[in-house]
Design a protein around this ligand. Structure first.
Ligand SMILES: Cc1ncc(COP(=O)(O)O)c(C=O)c1O
Length: 446
């Protein structure tokens, strides 16, 4: 009864039904009106006085406290999730309906049963040893990465990895980062927010023109499959980038976000293997499993470990032990590899179907980039209007699309018009319809 009365009074004050300065009935009178004990009312008043909602003054009873006017919350809850679009071909996510829920749950159960109590406390900022050991073996076998567990730092995705790297670089006096002309806008913002200047490098059919890095302190690349333009970094440019870093004692950051997914040949191994003391390798579970896992990893040159560990410690001490132990178990049991193999096959088929449908029904557009990853660049005729097409697809077809323009750094050479089509995004049952809607949006008259 007391808690209910307190809450009712708090709500009345918050919504100004009881205005500041208003005198409340005496506890005796209110108790009488409500048919409850006087002490209950007196206790509720006392509690609200202690919390600052009411003031009690000798001789003048209990009044509503003066408070700064409150901005009322919007009626729709700010935590409500936006409903997903009916059809979604935006890039960024794998097929979330294919997340290996049963395997993840089994791994979580096994991991938690095996974990000591001690493991659940604060731990090594680099991450759980179990995960770092599992990753060392996995990365060597799947991506030709050469690293030891002491040089791996587990982060909350590449996003945090980039952030702590920038902080470490800034702390060492770095001022400029060379980045591909087209990247996720968030990454440009992270780099700028950490006080580093961006130097865009042109991207052509052979990937980033690494010679344009000039005297930048570090170079950020997506060498396996440029995001979003889709070219791999040509072998000569890979060598040039590594030589640039070795000769000038600078750093290359290799964002290997979708390195597991190559369809026309064996995946090309990571650049990091060429020069582990000059190349930071960055991987993530966001494409192989789901972005919601929020786990990524940095394989670091020896002399960068301490600075990155310090930045990671200050950011959040370390990533979630529970999720790390689960992922470690998933990898060690072979379930992770099985899932990646299944996903690779499914996405490869989807890409083939997309390419075939566009060649057949929308021959005025061109799919470029290698057969890899979870997205394809669909180049539109020169006079096409990306924004208009995206708005029309949403309105008429319930189809969410992404254009190329937002990825371009200010001042960089413009490419496009084009769409960045994420063919992994829809659940399997909606893929055919999503592609049909894409075709319809591409061929219809405005
Ligand atoms: C180019 C690129 N790198 C990395 C990532 C992964 O980021 P995170 O690991 O923070 O989810 C993405 C995700 O969209 C990406 O597009």
């Amino acid at each position: 009864v007391r808690a209910g009365l307190e809450q009712a009074l708090r709500d009345a004050v918050r919504t100004a039904r009881l205005a500041p300065g208003v005198r409340l009935p005496s506890s005796r009178a209110l108790a009488h009106d409500l048919g409850i004990a006087r002490n209950t009312v007196a206790d509720a008043y006392g509690q609200l006085v202690a919390e600052g909602w009411l003031v009690a003054r000798q001789g003048s009873g209990t009044r509503v406290a003066d408070r700064a006017p409150l901005v009322e919350q919007a009626s729709s809850s700010p935590v409500a999730e936006q409903p997903p679009p009916r059809f979604d071909l935006r890039p960024g996510a794998p097929d979330l309906a294919a997340f290996p829920r049963a395997a993840w749950l089994a791994a979580a159960r096994r991991a938690l049963s095996a974990a000591s109590d001690h493991a659940l406390g604060y731990g090594d900022p680099r991450g759980r040893p179990e995960l770092r050991e599992a990753l060392v073996a996995y990365l060597a076998r799947a991506r030709a990465v050469r690293v030891t567990p002491d040089r791996l730092v587990v982060c909350s995705g590449y996003t945090q990895g980039l952030s702590v790297l920038c902080e470490a670089l800034r702390g060492r006096g770095a001022t400029t980062l060379a980045m591909e002309s087209h990247v996720l806008r968030d990454y440009r913002e992270i780099v700028a927010a950490r006080g580093l200047r961006l130097a865009p490098m042109t991207v052509d059919d052979e990937g980033a023109v690494v010679a344009e890095a000039g005297d930048a302190d570090a170079m950020l690349l997506t060498p396996t499959h440029q995001f979003p333009l889709g070219a791999p970094l040509a072998p000569q440019r890979r060598t040039d980038a590594v030589r640039w870093a070795v000769e000038h004692r600078r750093l290359v950051v290799e964002d290997d976000y979708d390195g597991e997914f190559r369809y026309d040949r064996q995946p090309v191994g990571a650049m990091q293997g060429l020069a582990p003391e000059q190349v930071v390798y960055a991987g993530t579970a966001s494409k192989t499993l789901a972005p919601g896992v929020r786990l990524g990893w940095l394989a670091l040159p020896a002399d960068l470990v301490d600075d990155v560990v310090e930045a990671k410690t200050l950011a959040d001490r370390h990533s979630s032990t529970f999720d790390q132990l689960t992922l470690a178990q998933l990898i060690a049991s072979g379930a992770y590899d099985r899932h990646v193999r299944r996903a690779r096959l499914a996405y490869r088929r989807r890409r083939d179907r997309l390419v075939a449908a566009l060649a057949r029904d929308a021959p005025h557009v061109r799919v470029t980039g290698i057969a890899a990853g979870l997205h394809a660049l669909v180049e539109l005729p020169e006079d096409a209007d990306e924004e208009e097409l995206i708005a029309r697809a949403a309105q008429r077809h319930g189809l969410a699309l992404a254009g190329l323009a937002p990825y371009r750094a200010a001042g960089a050479h413009a490419r496009g018009p084009a769409l960045v089509v994420g063919y992994a995004t829809p659940p399997e049952h909606a893929f055919t319809a999503a592609v049909a809607r894409l075709v319809a949006a591409l061929v219809e008259r405005e």
